[in-house]
Write a protein that binds this ligand. Structure first.
Ligand code: F6R
Length: 366
């Protein structure tokens, strides 16, 4: 079943172009975007709701955090993301005009399912699932749903499920924006073209594997790593750190880079590699200043930039450029690079990549 690959995780990373193409199949050829992809009643709901609440666990929650940036920027409605196991046990203020979105690869995660049931019990009528398993418990309990077509994900560390969730969430963003009359026709066309091109763009990131592998040796003998990102790439940094923790057992933390001097800078020395997600976006200049702070303390920087980010490799600063500059969808490309990094670090360490210790693929107990 593994074919040319050594692990399911590797196979699943390399299946991402196909998984994205399948998930976005409705856009192939001259296909257009229609709210019906989320269910027959979706259009009315998207016009009616005044905000979004996203509930999920782990990697799926980071997809939700990325979507928060998209939804508030493009659709112009408030979006909050909450860890399902927190939401289900706290006293919250329900808003019946809110769209409750649950994100889950398996559709069986106990905390996410319970959070959904909790939201419904509080009187939230509008629920939507983004899920990779059509007949799962979570899908059966929501009014609207979108099934990602990642195919079965066997590796415990989520990869293709995450990027297809992002694609689904971007479709949701566009449809919410349309429902709110916030999407110009020309912008919609550009976004749809970018989505259609995404599989090819991801393919090019996967081709960076040898260069990323070359970095892995320098992480494998470290005990800690720090991941930095800003804006819509902060969730990517979180996901990069989670991947590294899970499969290489290296302690990794992610911070929005602006928080460095509020604490974590104290940890920085030559023994802690600092990974930076540095696309050429509106936060790049700020991020460069943050990188300076790290360099000045002897920190070793591993920078995932864009071709046009103009970050130079020097002593203590290694730079790898993404093949394409990708605007709002850039998190989808950058996360693939971080998946490859964690995979290769784990290989050097010799851990069980597909079945990391203490973890289960589907967490059906709380
Ligand atoms: C990390 C990972 C987990 C899951 C989490 C939620 O690689 O796979 O953090 O994302 O357990 O699982 P689902 O998406 O099935 O609800």
């Amino acid at each position: 079943e593994l074919g040319e690959f050594n692990h399911y995780m590797q196979k699943e990373m390399f299946e991402q172009p196909q998984a994205l193409g399948n998930t976005l199949e409705m856009l192939s050829g001259a296909g257009q975007l229609h709210p019906g992809i989320f269910g027959a009643d979706a259009q009315g709901v998207f016009e009616q709701v005044d905000s979004v609440l996203i509930l999920a666990c782990g990697t799926s929650s980071y997809a939700g955090m990325t979507a928060k940036y998209w939804i508030e920027q493009v659709a112009g409605i408030p979006c909050n993301v909450e860890i399902a196991s927190e939401y289900r046990y706290r006293v919250s203020v329900p808003n019946p005009n809110q769209l409750v979105v649950v994100i889950s690869q398996s559709g069986e995660t106990a905390d996410t399912l319970a959070a959904l049931q909790h939201a419904k019990a509080l009187g939230h009528p509008h629920t939507l699932a983004i899920c990779n398993v059509p007949e799962s418990a979570i899908v059966r309990e929501t009014a609207l749903r979108f099934i990602t077509r990642a195919g079965p994900e066997i590796g415990v560390a989520s990869t293709k499920a995450f990027t297809t969730q992002l694609a689904a969430l971007f479709l949701l963003t566009l449809l919410l924006a349309k429902g709110k009359q916030r999407l110009l026709e020309a912008d919609e066309k550009d976004y749809l073209d970018e989505l259609r091109h995404l599989p090819i763009a991801v393919e090019k990131v996967l081709a960076l594997e040898p260069s990323i592998q070359a970095w892995s040796q320098q992480f494998a003998n470290k005990h800690h790593a720090l991941f930095l990102g800003r804006g819509r790439h902060f969730p990517v940094a979180l996901e990069g750190a989670l991947k590294l923790k899970e499969i290489s057992y290296i302690h990794a933390e992610a911070y929005p880079a602006g928080e460095l001097k509020h604490g974590p800078l104290a940890l920085v020395d030559a023994e802690m590699p600092v990974v930076v997600v540095a696309p050429n976006d509106e936060m790049l200049e700020k991020l460069k200043a943050n990188m300076q702070e790290v360099s000045a303390r002897g920190g070793q920087l591993y920078v995932f930039a864009d071709g046009d980010s103009k970050v130079r490799s020097t002593d203590g600063v290694k730079v790898l450029a993404m093949p394409e500059h990708y605007g709002l969808l850039s998190p989808v490309l950058h996360v693939v690079a971080l998946q490859l990094l964690s995979y290769h670090v784990a290989l050097v360490k010799g851990t069980d990549v597909d079945k990391p210790r203490n973890l289960a693929k589907s967490v059906t107990v709380e």
